[in-house]
Design a protein around this ligand. Structure first.
Ligand SMILES: [Zn+2]
Length: 96
């Protein structure tokens, strides 16, 4: 037997022993999707892709809001007017 490998049953037994102060009635959130999981469910949980995407978007909501504020501020600057002018000029140049 390979001493480095651990079967799934051994891992579950180990986790139950180590984390025995948590009961199966206590729930923890999945760190990837936020779903509440019992310690027993934690072993077999597979994240739902859509839920994980929503959860991760929720986690970065402040960063997304900051980006929108920064974009709004940029759109009010002379740099924005130059960027629009330059993009338009490049577009016309390529079309010609
Ligand atoms: Zn999950």
């Amino acid at each position: 037997m390979n001493r480095g490998s651990v079967s799934a049953d051994e891992r579950i037994t180990f986790n139950r022993h180590v984390f025995s102060h948590f009961t199966d009635h206590e729930y923890i959130p999945c760190e990837n999707c936020g779903t509440s999981l019992s310690w027993a469910d934690r072993e077999t949980h597979v994240c739902d892709a859509e839920r994980r995407a929503r959860f991760q978007t929720f986690q970065v909501r402040h960063e997304l809001a900051a980006f929108d504020r920064q974009l709004d501020a940029f759109l009010e600057t002379p740099a924005r007017r130059f960027a629009v002018y330059y993009a338009d000029r490049e577009r016309r140049r390529r079309a010609a």
